[in-house]
Design a protein around this ligand. Sequence first.
Ligand code: 3HC
Length: 304
Amino acid sequence: FRRNLITSNSTQMAIKNVVVIGGGLMGSGIAQVAAQNGQNVTIVDLDQKVLDKAKNSINISLQRIAKKLFKDDSVKAEKFLSDSMAHVTLSTNPEQAVNQSDLVVEAIVEKLNIKQKLFQTLDAVAPTHTVFASNTSSLPIGEIAQSTNRKDRFVGLHFFNPVPVMKLLEVIRIPETSDDTYNLVMEWGKSIGKQTVTCKDTPGFIVNRLLVPYMMEAVRLLERGDATARDIDTAMKLGAGYPMGPFELLDYVGLDTSKFIIEGWAEKFPENPLFKPVPTLNRLVEEGKLGMKTGEGFYKYQKK
Ligand code: 3HC
C-alpha cells in the first residue's frame, strides 16, 4: 500500500499552488498565466510597491485578454477577470509563502549569488515535494541549483516577454532533474497554455542563444554604416517575418538586459566571436538610453 501511495503521488501530482518570486515584468506575467488558468498564485517581492504594481499590470493585461476572449459577453469577461484576480495573493515573506507550494518560480535580479542564497533559504523551509525553477535568461541552472539539496526537483523555466502573449516555454533540464520533475513541469507548461520545448543547460538555451547574437550582429551592421536601424528593422520584418526588427526588439527587451547577457557570455567564452562586446550598445547604456522603459534606446518613445 505504501509503495502504491508513493508511486501515485509522484506520477499523479499536479501543480496547484505556485509561488512566483519577483514581482517585475516577467514575474507578474508568469503569475498571471498561472492564475488565469485556475491555479493559486502567490507573488513574492520584498517591496510592497512592486507587488501593487504587479497586481495592477496583471489586471490591465487580463482586461485586454478578456475583451478578446469574450467580445460580446461582458458578464463572462467580468467573471474571467474576477476569477483570475481572486487566484492572486501578494506576499513580502518568501519563507512563509512557499509553505504550501507545489512549484516555486524565481524571476528576481540576474545575480548568481543572490539567486543561490534565495534558493538555499527556501530549500530549508519548502515542502519536500516542491519543485524549484528559475526563469533566468542567461545564468546556468546547474549553478543556481547547486545551493539546494533538491537538484532532482530543479529546472529552468524560461518565459518570453510579454508572457501572456508569447506561447513558448523553454524547459531546461539539468543532469540531476528527475523524470518525475521533468514530466510534471511539462504538464504544467501545457496547463498554462504554453508550448514547451526542452533544452540542456547551455548558455542562452535555444531562443536567446540565437536571438542575442543576431541582435548584436544587427548593431555591428549599423556600426559599419551598411544600413540604417530603420531599414534593418524593416528588412527583418518584411524579409524574414519577424514581428519586430532587431532594434525594436533590443529597445523592447532593454539595452541593459541585452548588454548584461552578452557581457556574461563574453567573460565566460572569450574565444567565441558571437559574444564580442558591441560599442554602440555600451555607449547607449552609459547614456541611460535603455530602450522603451527610459523613453529612448535606438529609437525615441513617448513616456507613458
Ligand atoms: N497582455 C495581454 N495582451 C497583450 C499584451 C499583454 N501584456 N501585450 C500585447 N497583447 C496583445 C494585444 O492585445 C494584441 O491582441 P490582438 O492582436 O488580439 O488585438 C496583441 O497582443 C498584439 O499587440 P499589439 O497590437 O499591441 O502590438 P503588436 O501587434 O506589435 O504585438 C508583440 C506586440 C506581441 C510584443 C509583438 O510585437 C511581438 O511578438 N514582438 C516580439 C516579442 C519577442 O520577441 N519577445 C521575446 C523577447 S526575448 C525574451 O523575452 C527573453 C528574455 O530572456 C530576454
